[in-house]
Design a binder for this molecule. Sequence first.
Ligand code: PAF
Length: 286
Amino acid sequence: MPTFKDATSLQAFLNSQRTGNNTVGFVPTMGALHKGHLALVTSALSQNEIVVVSIFVNPTQFGNAGDLKNYPRTLSKDEALLKTLHNDIIVFAPNAEDLYNGNITSNSYNFGAIANEMEGKYRQGHFNGVGTVLELLFDIVKPDYAYFGEKDFQQLQIVRKLISLTKQPVTIVGCPIYRENSGLAMSSRNERLSKECRDASAFIYKTLQKVKEDFKYKSARQLNEWVKSEFDKQEALELEYFEIANIDTLKTIKRKHKNNKYRAFIAVFVEAVSYTHLTLPTICSV
Ligand code: PAF
């Protein structure tokens, strides 16, 4: 399984592999791979002859230096995990200076109103960082398909918008959330939780499920109040935001409309000292 550190040798290798109707599937990651990532790679493997996984902790999308520093980096373990899926997965693990051509800064994109909601509001500059690194990676890998998890549903919508802005010829594929047995969405950041807090985090999904159930007969305002009061009782969990939003506009709903689709979004700090952040959306429709 080849691992490339520089773009030129990756591109030379990809050019030698691209023949006939072969398609390239691409899974961009920040490493510390878990089953959620592996599910994305499995989808890519089932739909493409060539699969590239990038492993790159992207500095421009972090607003918090501590979070960037503590983000888990486990390249050899990641390579071994990918090998359990397929021998020919191509890994691209560049260093920041090379990928950014010595200029590690974000472009400024006009993603429109969806970028002002939730993560855009709470983590200024985050989506510009994500957009910048993906534009660079798509230029290098030139994938036909790129795979993203719905755990970061807003990111998925932003990536679709990015493609419409840059006109890069790649089809974006959204894949369902992959959860631990407790219901906690798989995330590389879960690795930083103590066993106690990881167990306590199961409460997040339980709450989302109850919201989904009650959405049929309760208003968004009632549900917001209920979620806040439930989190107030949780010592290990600090609610950052909870919103029920339209899945297209990502605008918080004031009133339910028939035939509109909604999703509940939640961000919670667990063990605030180590700044762990989890976004766990679930679907709600009337
Ligand atoms: O979702 C992630 O892991 C990152 O935001 C991504 C898409 C790999 C860009 O760095």
